[in-house]
Design a protein around this ligand. Structure first.
Ligand code: URA
Length: 206
């Protein structure tokens, strides 16, 4: 991935496109790579990632079985928030990832992921305190899916109240949604994982 569509390419060590199986039903979308992610080229490998792994287990999911990515694929300098023009420049990558992976459930972590994904699905974004733990139906990139909005794990590291809300969202709401899509009646995934792996890699080469 040698993208130069926004200024963030000037600061990155490695782009962090995302990782995980392409035949999964569940996609996790965070905000942007941090320092550790930039160094390793992998999403959620620092302290927030450790917490995410635990939260996923609370929802009945192992990290290895979900696809994990971010709204922007390169680290903003000093871990500042991504700017609107950086988010817009990077959005086609996320839309293509959704088109190829066809998740049934997207877990949006933090307000940037929540706002972008809800707007793409035709919903309004107000605030995390009002909307965390809510489930939204929608279509993104032609894929019918559900979005659950919750707090960013990094925000929960030093704030017990946020951590409590985040843990409840994963253990109750997200767990219930995961059980729902795993029921036999929800149907088999189509398409070969191998074919999608190839087209996703081709896409990032462009
Ligand atoms: N925070 C994010 O939003 N994404 C990462 O990949 C790591 C930390």
């Amino acid at each position: 991935m040698n993208c130069t569509k926004c200024r963030l390419h000037r600061y990155r060590t490695n782009p962090v496109p995302g990782e995980g199986p392409l035949d999964t039903d569940v996609m996790v979308v965070g905000e942007a790579p941090g320092r550790n992610e930039d160094l390793q080229g992998r999403p959620f490998v620092g302290a927030a990632g450790q917490l995410l792994n635990k939260l996923l287990l609370d929802a009945g999911l192992r990290r290895e079985e979900v696809y994990i990515t971010n709204i922007v694929k390169c680290r903003p300098p000093g871990n500042r928030d991504p700017k609107d023009d950086e988010i817009s420049a990077c959005l086609p990558y996320l839309l293509r990832q959704i088109e190829l992976i066809k998740p049934k459930l997207i877990i949006a972590l933090g307000r940037h992921a929540a706002r972008v994904l809800l707007e793409q699905a035709g919903h309004k974004w107000h605030s995390m305190s009002k909307q965390h733990g809510h489930v939204y139906d929608g279509v993104i990139s032609g894929v019918r899916l559900r979005i659950v909005v919750t707090y960013h794990p990094a925000a929960a590291l030093y704030r017990p109240q946020i951590r409590e809300a985040l843990e409840k969202d994963f253990a109750e709401v997200i767990r219930r949604e995961v059980e729902r899509i795993r029921r036999p009646s929800s149907g088999e995934k189509r398409g070969s994982s191998q074919a999608r792996q190839t087209s996703l890699l081709d896409f990032f080469k462009k």
